[in-house]
Unconditional design. Structure first.
Ligand code: ZN
Length: 282
């Protein structure tokens, strides 16, 4: 028995790790509460035991996500899509722990994005993931991270696909909007994951806490919802669980925010990713 919310329900940023975590069980829980669609982001490479030396080393990380999405598609009433990329925190591991020069780390991470873009080009993934550290780093590492992010925008422009970003906590990313524009990618197709209720410059993927969602709903602006569920048994309390987005949709609908639910689960996903969440629900 599932709770039918009478609307598509998309979690824009979730991880699935069938090897270490709950995998499809988490998807079944999402579905039971009324969830219909997922964007599944690959885990950081080091969480899967991969310490890359060359771009091809990212390939198994991406393939694991593609496999998890195929399994999720067997239980979702709508569907799931992979979002593939290189976690910006990797630069710190490469530079501080493995002795890479920032420019060499930059080139390896850009190469990883090139590999991710092949999957988008083959219609095996929907979008790319990039960004910059949310913690203080040296100028060299910051510049290298911005260069990696710009490369993701250039690939997004070439492939006509959206780019999800991990960034510092902020409600103003007009600097990155200008970079996207310059790279030929519409900034509205760049999504800041883990966003607060409002964001200047890019499209916010709002962490599904009530206070943030209320601000997003009231803004009248495009937004999407997410949990950043990590599917890691060692970090159960770190982020919101897989039930959260459907639960918060029910809460929004109960508070008269029908228009905001449509904005977050139909209109913004269509505008950003080119997906039709209504058509894919049977
Ligand atoms: Zn994440």
């Amino acid at each position: 028995m599932t709770d039918d919310l009478d609307t598509p329900v998309l979690d824009n940023h979730i991880h699935l790790d069938p090897r270490h975590g709950r995998g499809v069980d988490a998807v079944e829980e999402f579905v039971r509460l009324g969830g219909t669609h997922l964007l599944v982001v690959n885990k950081p490479s080091w969480h899967l035991g991969v310490e890359p030396d060359e771009p091809a080393d990212f390939r198994p990380v991406f393939e694991e996500t593609i496999d998890a999405v195929a399994t999720a598609n067997e239980v979702l009433p709508g569907r799931a899509w992979p979002v593939l990329g290189v976690h910006p925190g990797l630069i710190t591991r490469l530079v501080d722990e493995r002795g890479f020069a920032p420019a060499v780390a930059r080139d390896l991470m850009c190469g990883g994005l090139d590999v991710a873009s092949e999957f988008v080009d083959d219609d095996e993934a929907l979008a790319l993931k990039s960004g910059r550290p949310h913690y203080d780093v040296s100028d060299a590492v910051w510049d290298a991270s911005n260069a990696v992010t710009r490369h993701a925008f250039e690939l997004g422009a070439d492939l006509d696909c959206a780019v999800q970003l991990h960034t510092e906590a902020t409600e103003d990313l007009t600097d990155l909007a200008a970079v996207a524009e310059d790279a030929g990618l519409d900034p509205s197709r760049v999504v800041k994951h883990y966003a607060a209720g409002r964001l200047k410059g890019l499209t916010p993927s709002v962490m599904s806490r009530k206070d943030r969602l209320e601000r997003a709903a009231a803004s009248g602006e495009p937004f999407i919802m997410e949990t950043d569920f990590v599917d890691d048994p060692e970090k159960p309390g770190m982020v919101l669980g897989p039930k959260t987005v459907p639960r918060r949709v029910r809460w929004l609908l109960g508070n008269g925010h029908d228009e905001a639910v449509r904005r977050a689960h139909v209109e913004t996903p269509a505008a950003v990713y080119g997906i039709d969440t209504e058509a894919t629900v049977e």
